[in-house]
Structures are given as C-alpha cells and as structure tokens.
Ligand binder design. Structure first.
Ligand code: AHR
Length: 499
C-alpha cells in the first residue's frame, strides 16, 4: 500500500510534554526488592540500590516515577517504611498477598529518585486510610522542620523537605479489587477533602484524582463526571489506566491498541470539559495516564490461582515482551505524543520485573526487554513541538476497533536545533507500507538516522542469554529534495530523524 502525507510546522498540537515519559515503581513482586533494590548485589550502592538497574533507568530516559502503588498503596502504612531499617516491621500486603519487609520506604525511594534523576509522583492511601493520615504523610514528606511529622523526617536523616509536587489521591478506587473500594460519591467527597487540605498546605501541588480503572468499568464516564463535579476546583488531573493484550488471540486489534488509547483520551477529555462547561469554568483538567502498558493479564490470572503462601518479593507478572509488543508500546507512545496538549503525565507500568521494560536476575544480570527500545528512543528524540501529519495513512480493518489508520504517526520539531523526529508504526500484521512524507515547509533537511523496532519473527524476545535479540536496527528510507520515502514492514515501529 502506498500513501502520502505532509509535515508542516504549522500543524502544531503543543510543546512536547516531558512528563509523557513517566514510569511506575510499585511494591509488587520483584519491582522493588531484587529489582531496583538489592543490597547484596555486586553493583549495589551505599543505600542498597542496584547500580546496573539505575544505569538502565537513566538510559530509558524516564522523567517521572509514580510510587508506591498501584493496588499496594490502598493498604500501605507509610510510617512502616521510614526510620532505621532494622526497626521496620514485616507486614502482610493484601493487595498482592505478599510479605512486605519495608526495607524500602519513602525516604529511601525519594533519595534514589534524586540520584537517578526522576521526578517522584507519590500516591496516598485512600483505601484503608483517610484524610488525617494523608495529611500527616504530606507533612512528613514536604513539611518544613518544626512540626511533628516533618521533624520525624529530620530525625530520620532528611533535614530538607523533599518538595514532592505530584500527588495521586488514591488508586483505582472504582475497582472492587481495591482495598477500600468506593462508590463514585464516596470517593469524590474524600478526594475533595484531601485535595482541599493538600492545597491549603501548598497551592502549588499538582493533584491527581482517580478516574476509572479502565474503559470497561461499568461506571466509566459517570465516575469521572461525579468525581470532577466535586473536585473540579481542587484537583489538576484525572487518572486513566489501560493495559493491552491480544484478546482471544486477536493480534490484529492488539496491534491497533493505540486507536483505543486515543479514543480513551478523547472520552475522558470530553467528560472533563463537559464538567467545565456546566461550571462555566475556563480551567482545564488534563489526564494523568499513570498506568499504561502491554500486560498479559489472562495468563497471570491462571498463575495467581496456583500461588499458595504469601512470600517476600514473589516473581509476579513478569511478562516477557515480544517484538510485536514493542511495536504496540511504540504506537501507544505515538498516541500520547499526539495528545500532548491534554495528557499532563503518563507512566508506563511498571519499571523493573513486573510488567516492565527491564528484567533482572537476583544477584545477577539486568537487561532491556523489547519494549525498552521504543520508549528510550521516543524519550530521547521527541523534542520541541508536537506536529500532526496530514494526508493518507491507509486503513486496517480490526475486529475490536473497526477501521483504523495503517500508519500511525506523529512528528516533533525542535526549532532551536532544527531537528525533526518522525515516529511511525505500521499497524498491519501482514501488509508493508510504502510511505511518502512531504517536508517542503521545513527547508533543507538531511536524513540523520532511521531506526526500526520489529522483527520477522514477531514473537522474538530478549532474554538473559540473548539480551539483544530484538534491538533497534537501521530502517529503509531515502530523502530526495523535500520528499522522504519510507518502507515500513508489517508490524514495525520507526524513529526517523532529520535536521
Ligand atoms: O500495575 C499493576 C496494577 O494494575 C496496579 O497495582 C493497579 O493499579 C492496576 O490494576
């Protein structure tokens, strides 16, 4: 299939939001223990965090990190994770039916964030705890010395307030699986009270109210409306979560998951803007897409039933990602960029071992999964302003989403460096795409690099023995005058750079 489109610097969506490249660390499985933290590992730093993992996290280019959950946060007592490590309790975590040793807690994690250069986004427990504990926690983290909880932090060795700006008011409170699950109204009232207290403490905090856990929740849309009707003036963002997998083997729709994510953004934006209209408000609430990824949930549901006893750092949901999964992740990043004006934060869930771009062996190696590569390339090269492309992008018929564009693309243009980056995915499993891009309004350009992620064997994976089985390779494109011609093999993701 041949198609032609145009990139013009006038087709702007908005500045590239660096917070689109967020990640997520939850006390889940081996994400924290033997993931980012393993004091006995040969690469561990003085605080017990793995150096090999920290190096990969820097290379990934993540900007923001959500912590400590996820479902975990709804049963979490932050007090258990601070102070001398040998005095911290071992507790039962009911979210993941695991033993939590509390050897990593708020101060340890925030110190690690500063070392690796991540902006933390903390979630507070609004599941089995409430307003008072949420406010105590904020004071512990951000309070100036001189009051009870801030002084507790000081005596734990952290004199300076951490200055955490981004806060999630609970997690997936609409989900019956959540500890302390609530009705829309119950959550809306609690979130409003916590948000008001938080903004009284510091009006510059950025607060995320829980949206729906996914679009198939029976209250999707209504939940957002009720929550925002209560909290509109008090919060800044509303959350969205989504995980994709081939349902009943339907890889055609799976490869087009980015079409679903795009519609999800539009639906939540429409709901938030509807509330704004009813309130005659010019304020806009944006989305915190603070959990998204490929997750083979069906596969893990079976394993869950086989798990007997709660243990420390069990190997939970350690998905091994294929070349096809990497193309899906790359195309989801394209959707996030295309919505840079309305997505305020996005966090790929998660960072290490549990549904993650990085896998580790306890005491051993750490390596990049296939999905690491599109994330790292997008985070590195999406700079300046996001540009939409106009033209013909072909069509793919999918069982789940109907007809979607075959080539799913976006561009970023950095006027300062003169660099143009094009990110594109061929969302057909079977058909290659021959694509011409007109660049006439961008002046003289030369092709710097064309990298492609994908594989003739779309089930190819990286492993400890073959960590570089799937890596970005040189793609096929040519620039003649102001015409760029690109060949996109079926199920492939591309990053093309010109300057
Ligand atoms: O990321 C894994 C889990 O998925 C999170 O804990 C939860 O919020 C979501 O359901």
């Amino acid at each position: 299939m041949t198609m032609t489109s145009t990139i013009d610097p006038a087709f702007t969506v908005g500045p590239v939001n660096p917070w689109l490249f967020g990640t997520f660390v939850e006390h889940l499985g081996r994400c924290v223990y033997t993931g980012i933290y393993e004091p006995s590992h040969p690469s561990a730093d003085e605080d017990g965090f793995r150096g090999d993992v920290a190096a990969l996290v820097r290379e990934l280019g993540a900007t923001v990190v959500r912590y400590p959950g996820g479902n975990f946060v709804s049963g979490y007592r932050w007090e258990d994770g601070v102070g001398p490590r040998d005095a911290r309790p071992r507790v039962l975590d009911l979210a993941w039916r695991s033993i939590e040793t509390n050897q990593v807690g708020t101060d340890d994690f925030l110190a690690w964030c500063s070392r690796v250069g991540l902006e933390p986004m903390l979630a507070v427990n609004l599941g089995n705890r409430g307003l008072a504990e949420a406010v105590d926690y904020l004071e512990y983290v951000n309070g100036a010395p001189g009051t009870r909880y801030a002084d507790q932090r000081v005596s734990n060795g952290n004199a300076k307030p951490w200055g955490v700006r981004l806060w999630c008011l609970g997690n997936e409170m609409d989900g019956p699986w959540q500890i302390g699950h609530k009705t829309p109204l119950e959550y809306a009232r609690l979130a409003q009270e916590v948000a008001r207290a938080y903004k009284t403490f510091d009006p510059n905090l950025l607060l995320v109210a829980c949206g729906s856990s996914n679009t198939s929740m029976p209250t999707f849309g209504e939940w957002e409306r009720v929550v925002l009707e209560h909290c509109y003036d008090d919060v800044d963002l509303i959350s969205a979560h989504v995980y994709y997998e081939p349902v009943d083997g339907d890889e055609v729709s799976f490869l087009a998951s980015s079409a679903h994510m795009d519609r999800y953004v539009r639906d939540v934006v429409a709901t938030a803007d509807h509330v704004a209209a009813r309130r005659h408000s010019s304020k806009r609430i944006n989305i915190s897409f603070d959990e998204w990824n490929v997750w083979f949930a069906a596969r893990h549901a079976q394993h869950e039933e086989e798990r007997a006893e709660a243990s420390e750092a069990p190997a939970l949901i350690q998905d091994v990602y294929t070349a096809l999964d990497a193309v899906v992740v790359g195309s989801l990043l394209i959707t996030l960029l295309r919505n840079t004006d309305r997505v305020g934060v996005a966090c790929q869930a998660q960072l290490v071992n549990a549904i993650a771009p990085i896998l580790t062996v306890e005491g051993g190696a750490a390596w990049r999964q296939t999905i690491f590569h599109p994330f790292a390339l997008t985070a590195k090269y999406a700079r300046g302003t996001v540009l939409m492309l106009a033209g013909d992008h072909g069509e793919v018929e999918t069982p789940a989403y109907g007809s979607v564009e075959q080539v799913w693309a976006v561009a970023t243009y950095d006027a300062e460096s003169g660099e143009l980056a094009i990110f594109a995915a061929n969302r057909s499993l079977t058909e290659p795409a021959s694509w011409t891009v007109r660049l006439s309004s961008l002046g003289d350009l030369r092709l710097l690099e064309h990298l492609v992620v994908g594989d003739e064997d779309r089930n190819a994976v990286n492993s400890q023995d073959a960590p570089d089985r799937v890596v970005p390779k040189a793609g096929s494109s040519a620039l003649a005058g102001d015409r760029l011609t690109v060949t996109l093999p079926p199920a492939s993701w591309h990053c093309i750079r010109l300057a």
